[in-house]
Design a protein around this ligand. Structure first.
Ligand code: ADA
Length: 561
């Protein structure tokens, strides 16, 4: 089971996680590959990154994944693939059904079956770093781009009419009221009356006949949960909501919570909330981004142990299994589309914009209903200080607002003194490295004060302010009498000074996402500036062993919560 709960009771689902046939095809061009006649001598597991395994470590190129399964059903089906890295071509029984650009999101592919029997799924993935292939994964980024089918996979049998998506939004958490939008689809045009039922925790809230006309439509209802219990980090109460339409059903979870910005406050269920946490890369030396759930859980246990209530999913949409755990454990999430220091040129390139729009669509579809996701983000540290970038920001941020006008929207800016797009944000988020790339640790408070003053001068000071990255590198186990850069002591002192200023001496800040939770492998271009070829700013190392700063953060965050 992919999610933390069963998504269907009526719809047949085949989980495709596990062992697949595999071939690494290297420099071969996808157009020159006939998957049906290509041998697959090796094996690979899903979720997983093939180049995180010893046999293919560091390899870039085309790879073929194959799975044959028995499907007892006919008619419309849906193949669901998560985390295709980072270009993919998909075949069902030899028929080319999709090309996909960009990793880290869920893709749904419809196909029809006339007879029950064996079906062969072939997925070509390509992890070569090439703007032509995929403009979203570039070589200069400060993390390693692994390849393969790194998340989950499944096949669903859809029948004649099915529920394609639910959008659930709390209207009033205390009153328990919520809005649910139900998108349905049909394989052929229909004109039919169907039974529609909505249950929350087995309690029937709605039972009526609805008319389905054509091949798609949406039904919208405002409903209320009896004896409501709101969702909050302290009490992350979740409800199972089941929608049944004809013979089909879809179950999702909801938490009763609202999130809004009022002045400098971020309000959760009407109360100001302070965000204390980390940026986290989804990676591990043995698994790459295909993390086992045990590890996701362990990471969040460490978050809780340190007194955190917040994670910035840097720098891409988070695994749905991780988001399920955040919903359950009351960790608030900033979920963002893939981005890292894009230029004005990227922001004016239709190929880049189109790929971002697809990421936004796919990210929002899988995370919209989650109470833990309190904010959307995009375009980490891109050229938001260049006039020519603004139309790109407007386009992408406008699309976010079209799909979800109710969640705060932000981007992490590293141009606090000359940004030209901050007015587009609901929450101001600044990445800055005083005490590491410039200035001394003792100068951090004064430097942050200058950022605050500049935001006031430019009319952006009235919004919630988050430091979305700040930190220092520490080589695990490295200590010296000088407490110099790269020691655990230096990192610990820098974070102590930062947290002490932000939350004890200043009352200005809504949140902090320390850079970084765990040390993470960086890309080849960064090798010389990053000892061990890791971004070493984690408070735990890549195997999650704590550094000195872990205990410093724990002491300070725990005293603040
Ligand atoms: C940037 C970037 C991070 C990381 C960090 C660093 O702020 O957003 O991904 O590269 O710098 O460690 O320098």
């Amino acid at each position: 089971m992919i999610r933390a709960f069963q998504e269907h009771r009526c719809r047949p689902v085949t989980d495709l996680a596990g062992v697949w046939q595999f071939a690494f095809l290297g420099a071969l061009d996808a157009d020159a590959c006939d998957p049906l006649t290509t041998p697959t001598p090796d094996r690979m597991t899903i979720p997983g990154a093939f180049d995180a395994t010893p046999a293919y470590a560091g390899k870039r190129g085309l790879a073929l994944y194959r799975k044959k399964i028995w499907l007892g059903s006919t008619g419309r089906h849906q193949l669901i693939l998560d985390g295709l890295h980072h270009w993919a071509r998909v075949f069902v029984d030899g028929r080319h059904v999709l090309d996909h650009i960009g990793g880290f999101t869920r893709t749904k592919i419809a196909f029809d079956r006339e007879e029950a029997g064996w079906v062969e799924i072939d997925v070509l993935t390509d992890n070569r770093i090439s703007y032509e292939l995929c403009p979203l994964h570039l070589s200069y980024f400060d993390w390693y781009h692994f390849g393969g089918l790194t998340r989950s996979a499944s096949i669903e049998a859809l029948g004649q009419v099915w529920i394609q998506q639910l959008r659930i939004r709390t209207l009033d958490a205390k009153a328990g009221t919520f809005k649910v939008e139900i998108d349905w689809q049909a394989a052929q045009p229909i004109s039919d009356s169907k039974a529609l039922q909505i249950l929350v925790e087995e309690q029937l809230l709605l039972d009526q006949q609805v008319n389905c006309e054509g091949t798609a439509g949406t039904f919208t209802f405002d409903l209320a949960v009896p004896n409501p219990k709101p969702w909050s980090p302290a009490s992350p109460h979740l409800y199972l909501l089941q929608v049944r339409l004809g013979d089909d059903d879809l179950i999702d979870r909801m938490g009763l919570r609202t999130v809004e910005v009022r002045g400098r406050d971020l309000l959760l269920n009407g109360e100001p909330v302070r965000l204390l946490g980390f940026n986290r890369h989804e990676t591990h030396p043995q698994f790459g981004p295909g993390l086992p759930e045990t590890l996701m859980l362990a990471d969040l246990q460490q978050f809780r142990d340190m007194g955190c209530n917040f994670v910035r999913g840097s720098h891409y949409p988070q695994d749905i299994r991780f988001l399920d755990l955040c919903d359950e454990m009351g960790i608030m999430v900033w979920n963002e589309t893939i981005g890292w220091q894009q230029t004005a040129e990227h922001l004016n390139d239709p190929r880049f914009i189109d790929a971002q729009l697809l990421q936004i669509d796919e990210m929002i579809e899988t995370a919209y209903n989650r109470p833990s996701v309190i904010m959307w983000g995009l375009l980490n540290e891109s050229e938001s200080h260049v006039e020519a970038s603004r139309p790109g920001y407007e386009r992408l941020m406008g699309y976010f607002r079209e799909l979800d006008p109710n969640r705060p929207l932000t981007f992490a800016s590293n141009h606090p003194f000359d940004d030209l797009c901050l007015d587009l944000c609901d929450v101001i988020a600044i990445n800055t490295y005083p005490g590491w790339y410039f200035h001394t640790i003792d100068e951090i408070p004064e430097f942050l004060g200058k950022i605050e003053a500049r935001l006031d001068e430019t009319g952006q000071g009235g919004k919630p302010l988050i430091i979305s990255e700040i930190g220092a590198g520490a080589i695990p186990g490295w200590r010296d009498w000088n407490e110099s850069r790269w020691t655990e002591q230096y990192q610990s002192r820098l974070l102590h000074t930062t947290i002490d200023y932000m939350f004890r001496r200043s009352a200005r800040y809504t949140g902090l996402a320390i850079w970084l939770f765990g040390d993470a492998r960086t890309g080849d271009d960064k090798a010389l500036g990053r000892p061990r070829q890791f971004n070493n700013k984690g408070v735990v190392d890549e195997y999650r062993r704590p550094k000195q700063a872990y205990f410093t953060v724990k002491e300070l965050f725990s005293s603040l919560t």
